[in-house]
Design a protein around this ligand. Structure first.
Ligand SMILES: Nc1nc2c(ncn2[C@@H]2O[C@H](COP(=O)(O)OP(=O)(O)OP(=O)(O)O)[C@@H](O)[C@H]2O)c(=O)[nH]1
Ligand SMILES: [Mg+2]
Length: 210
């Protein structure tokens, strides 16, 4: 996609600031998933449908993530000023580093993210403050969603000020559209939302990719 700048620019924000505790000793973001670091898979999939990539993580993760992304699309790092405040704070930090009006946020542990679905999320978010998938009539997929950056940053700031870390909390004050499963299936397989937390999930994903 052309490298546009300005309000129409679409950014991909990849969240990687967690500690992968269910995964074990290693950082799952850079773990080798069937020959390619998991975060690299996410970035490579997003590249075709966004104008730029922002990676949110902790300072000490930067060298390993830079290695994982070497030779791939350029990425800007958005470092958590205060680490370990949860994924919602990571979304806030990542969105602050974007320049366009809208950004897609994707967790680094969603290696099957579907570009076509991302494009549909951008389209559905137009004129609104977010487009958020919902699975099983229940689970809002806030870490594979499109946000209008300015109101989402503001909503995250307010939530954190209230001492609220829940990832759905900022949505309470946003004008957002929900995409339910029937609609999502029109755009892409729901495996787009599969996220990898444990070694067993990682091995299963690896087997499918090989
Ligand atoms: N910036 C930031 N991102 C986070 C934080 N916690 C989780 N994330 C990210 O949010 C996404 C979803 O989080 P989880 O699946 O819980 O990942 P995780 O926290 O690394 O793994 P667990 O320790 O097993 O929960 C991942 O992309 C994480 O990198 C955090 O405290 N700060
Ligand atoms: Mg976690």
């Amino acid at each position: 996609m052309s490298r546009e700048t300005g309000r129409d620019e679409r950014t991909g924000v990849v969240l990687a600031g967690g500690h992968s505790t269910r995964f074990g000793e290693a950082d799952k973001a850079v773990a080798d998933l069937a020959g390619t670091p998991m975060i690299r898979r996410v970035v490579d999939r997003l590249e075709s449908v966004v104008d730029g990539i922002v990676v949110n993580c902790r300072e000490e993760q930067v060298p390993a993530i830079e290695d994982a992304l070497a030779g791939g699309p350029d990425a800007t790092f958005a470092i958590d000023p205060v680490p370990d405040r949860g994924p919602m704070a990571g979304i806030m930090t990542g969105l602050r580093a974007t320049t366009g009006e809208y950004a897609v946020v994707v967790a680094c542990d969603m290696p099957f993210v579907e570009p076509a679905l991302v494009t549909s999320l951008f389209e559905r978010a137009a004129g609104r403050e977010a487009a958020v998938p919902r699975l099983d009539d229940r689970w809002l997929q806030t870490t594979q969603a499109v946000y209008r950056a300015a109101p989402m940053i503001h909503a995250c700031e307010r939530a954190l000020e209230r001492g609220e870390r829940k990832i759905t909390e900022p949505l309470l004050t946003l004008d957002y559209v929900v995409l339910d499963e029937d609609e999502l299936r029109e755009y892409a397989p729901l495996e787009s939302f599969e996220n990898i937390n444990t070694r067993a999930e990682f091995e299963a994903a690896s087997d499918r990719l090989e």
